[in-house]
Write a new protein. Structure first.
Length: 591
C-alpha cells in the first residue's frame, strides 16, 4: 500500500510540475508574441520585399496566434496586407525591389488579383524593379507575375494558360434521391441563384450573363498581360487555344511568356544583379509579416474611415458563413456605421464591399444605416470582387461608387427558396400527417406538405414588393428612373467595366482612389485612412483561435474538398439562411 501511495504521489507531483513548467513557457511565449506584434521592423539598405504567393487569398488577414506559437505558416493571405506591404515597399528608400515567388495560390476573385497587379504597377512607377519566379505558374499567379521586369521559370516547370471557364453545380436530382425539393418564387429572369436547387442545367438568360462576364474578365487579363509582356492579345489567345500548359519549358522563352529558365539556387544571382551587388552576397529579404512592422508614411490630418464589409449578408451571427468564415452581420454593421456617423474625428467613410449578397431584410437594414451615415458625412463605396445583389443593395445609396474592372456587381433581383421535406418525411421515412385548423392559412409553412397555389401566389406578391423596393433604392441612389433601372435589373449580373457604362458605378478604380475621392468630397487638405472594424488584439485573436467551433476541422475540410467546399458549405448552411434572398449564385465558379 505504501508503494502504491508513493507512486501515486510521485505521479501527481510530476503532473503538477509539468503543468507549472508548461504554464511558464506559455506565458513567456505569449509575452514574446505580444511584443513581436508591436515591434517595428528595421529595414536595412539594399533590401528586397519577398512576396510569397501561396495559400488562400481573402479580403482581410485573420490573425492566428496559435499558428505563430507553434511555428506553423499561415495558409491565408489578406489582400489588405499585401496592398499595404507593396505601398510601404514603394515608399521606403531602403527597399530596392520586390521578389515574387509563386506557389499554390488561390485568389478569392479575379478582382483581387487585378488589385494586386495594379499595386505592383504603381510600385514600378517609383523606378524600382520586380522579379518573379515559380516552379510552375497557375493562371492567376502568372497574370500577377507578368507585371515583373523579369519573369523566371524552373527549367522543368509549366505555365497554366488556358482561358476561363465556369462549371455551375446542380443538386436538384441529388436532393430528389432523399425526397427533398425546393419551391421557388423569384423576380428577374437573370436571377440564377436558385438554379442550383431547382434545375439541372443553366437557363439561357444565365448562360448569357455568365458568358458575358467570363469573357469580360478574360479580355482584361489578356490586355494586361499583353501590355506587360509585349505579346499581342491575339497571340495570347492563340496560346490558350493551343493549351500551352503542356508545352516544353524552352518554348515559353520563345513565346516571350518568360525571360529565362532557372533553378532556385540561380535566382539569387539574378536578384543581386538587380541590386548591383556581388552575386554571392546574401539578399536582405523582408517577408509579408516583416512588412507589417515597417513604418509607412506618417498619418496626419483628418481621418477617413475605411469600413470593411465582406462575406454573405446575414441577419445574425447564426446566419451562415462564407468560404473564409466571415459574414456581414446586419445588426453589427448597423451599430458600427452609426458609431462612425457620430464620431466627429471621422470626416468621411469608404465602405469596402466584397459580398455576393444574402438576406434581403439584412440588406435593407444596412442600406438604411448607409443613408443615415451619408446625411452626416460623405460615403464612397469601393467594390472588391463582388458587390452584387444584396452587396449592391448596401452600396447604391453612397455618394460615389468605385469598382474594379472585373468586379461582379448588379444582380438587382430577389428570390425566395422554400424547402419541401414532405417527400423525405412521408415517402422515405413513413411519417404521416393530418391537419386541423381555425383559419384558411393557419397551416401556412407546414412541413407536412408543399405550398399550394394560393400560398405561392401570396409569396410571389411579397417577393414582388421586395423587388420593387430594391429597384426604388437603386433608382434613388443612382438618380435614375424606375424604368431606367428595370432595363438593367431583372437579376442581371454585370462586370465592373460594363456597370460603368450603364451608370451602376461612377468610376473604375481601387481602394486608394476611393479614399482620395472621400477626402475630396469632405474637402480635406490633409488626411489619413483608418481601417474598421479595428483588428482584434493578439489576446482576442488567441481566444478566438482557441474557440472550439470547428475552425481547424473546417480548414481541413476546405483543403480536402477544394473547389467542392463552397457548394458543400452552402448546402450545409441552407437552414440558417433567410428565406428571402438578394444574392448571386452560391458560388460564382470561374477557373
Amino acid at each position: 500500500m505504501k508503494e502504491f501511495l508513493k507512486y501515486v504521489l510521485a505521479t501527481v507531483t510530476g503532473i503538477i510540475l509539468v503543468t507549472i513548467i508548461m504554464g511558464i513557457l506559455s506565458v513567456i511565449s505569449l509575452v514574446g508574441l505580444a511584443a513581436s506584434s508591436a515591434s517595428t521592423t528595421n529595414v536595412e539598405e539594399n533590401s528586397v520585399f519577398t512576396l510569397m504567393l501561396s495559400g488562400q487569398l481573402d479580403e482581410r488577414t485573420a490573425e492566428n496566434p496559435i499558428a505563430k506559437l507553434t511555428g506553423q505558416v499561415s495558409e491565408n493571405l489578406g489582400l489588405d496586407n499585401i496592398l499595404s506591404a507593396i505601398r510601404k515597399a514603394k515608399e521606403n528608400e531602403n527597399i530596392k525591389g520586390i521578389y515574387i515567388e509563386a506557389g499554390l495560390f488561390s485568389a478569392d476573385t479575379p478582382a483581387s488579383t487585378h488589385a494586386i497587379r495594379e499595386a505592383l504597377l504603381d510600385f514600378k512607377k517609383s523606378g524600382k524593379w520586380i522579379v518573379a519566379y515559380a516552379d510552375s505558374y497557375e493562371q492567376s499567379t502568372y497574370y500577377i507575375c507578368s507585371v515583373a521586369d523579369k519573369v523566371f521559370l524552373n527549367p522543368q516547370g509549366m505555365i497554366d494558360w488556358h482561358g476561363l471557364a465556369s462549371n455551375p453545380y446542380f443538386v436538384k436530382d441529388l436532393l430528389a434521391k432523399f425526397g427533398v425539393k425546393y419551391q421557388l418564387c423569384k423576380v428577374g429572369k437573370y436571377k440564377s441563384a436558385p438554379e442550383m436547387m431547382t434545375a439541372d442545367q443553366m437557363s439561357e438568360p444565365n448562360r448569357e450573363q455568365v458568358t458575358a462576364y467570363i469573357n469580360g474578365i478574360w479580355q482584361v487579363m489578356l490586355k494586361d498581360v499583353s501590355d506587360s509582356r509585349k505579346i499581342p492579345v491575339d497571340t495570347l489567345n492563340a496560346y490558350a487555344d493551343r493549351f500551352i500548359t503542356l508545352s516544353e519549358p524552352a518554348e515559353y522563352v520563345k513565346m516571350k511568356m518568360v525571360d529565362k529558365l532557372l533553378y532556385t539556387n540561380e535566382v539569387k544571382a539574378e536578384i543581386n544583379k538587380m541590386l548591383k551587388a556581388d552575386e554571392k552576397d546574401d539578399v536582405k529579404q523582408l517577408t509579408l509579416t516583416d512588412m507589417e512592422g515597417v513604418k509607412g508614411q506618417k498619418k496626419e490630418g483628418d481621418q477617413v474611415a475605411v469600413y470593411y464589409a465582406y462575406g454573405d449578408i446575414v441577419d445574425s451571427e447564426t446566419g451562415g458563413l462564407t468560404q473564409d468564415g466571415h459574414s456581414i452581420v446586419a445588426n453589427t454593421v448597423c451599430k458600427d456605421l452609426d458609431r462612425l456617423a457620430k464620431d466627429d474625428d471621422v470626416k468621411a467613410v469608404v465602405l469596402r464591399v466584397n459580398s455576393p449578397g444574402g438576406s434581403a431584410y439584412a440588406s435593407e437594414q444596412i442600406w438604411n444605416s448607409v443613408v443615415n451615415l451619408k446625411a452626416k458625412k460623405p460615403v464612397v463605396v469601393s467594390m472588391g470582387g463582388y458587390a452584387a445583389s444584396g452587396g449592391y443593395y448596401i452600396s447604391c445609396a453612397a455618394n460615389y461608387i468605385y469598382s474594379e474592372p472585373t468586379t461582379i456587381t448588379g444582380s438587382i433581383g430577389i428570390f425566395g427558396m422554400f424547402p419541401d421535406f414532405s417527400g423525405l418525411l412521408t415517402d422515405k421515412l413513413g411519417v404521416k400527417f393530418d391537419e386541423v385548423k381555425t383559419n384558411k392559412f393557419a397551416a401556412f409553412g407546414t412541413v407536412a406538405r408543399p405550398f399550394n397555389a394560393e400560398e405561392l401566389s401570396l409569396l410571389e406578391s411579397y417577393i414582388g414588393r421586395g423587388y420593387e423596393l430594391f429597384r426604388k433604392r437603386v433608382a434613388d441612389g443612382r438618380h435614375q428612373t424606375i424604368e431606367q433601372i428595370e432595363e438593367i435589373a431583372q437579376g442581371r449580373v454585370w462586370l465592373g467595366n460594363d456597370a460603368l457604362k450603364i451608370k451602376l458605378v461612377d468610376e473604375i478604380g481601387g481602394l486608394d482612389k476611393a479614399i482620395e475621392k472621400a477626402a475630396k468630397l469632405a474637402k480635406l487638405d490633409e488626411y489619413h485612412a483608418t481601417n474598421y472594424p479595428e483588428e482584434a488584439s493578439w489576446w482576442e485573436s488567441l481566444m478566438s483561435s482557441m474557440d472550439s467551433k470547428g475552425s481547424y476541422l473546417d480548414s481541413q475540410l476546405r483543403e480536402t474538398l477544394g473547389e467542392y467546399y463552397e457548394p458543400f458549405l452552402f448546402v450545409k448552411n441552407m437552414n440558417r439562411h433567410s428565406a428571402i434572398q438578394a444574392r448571386l449564385p452560391y458560388y460564382v465558379n470561374i477557373k
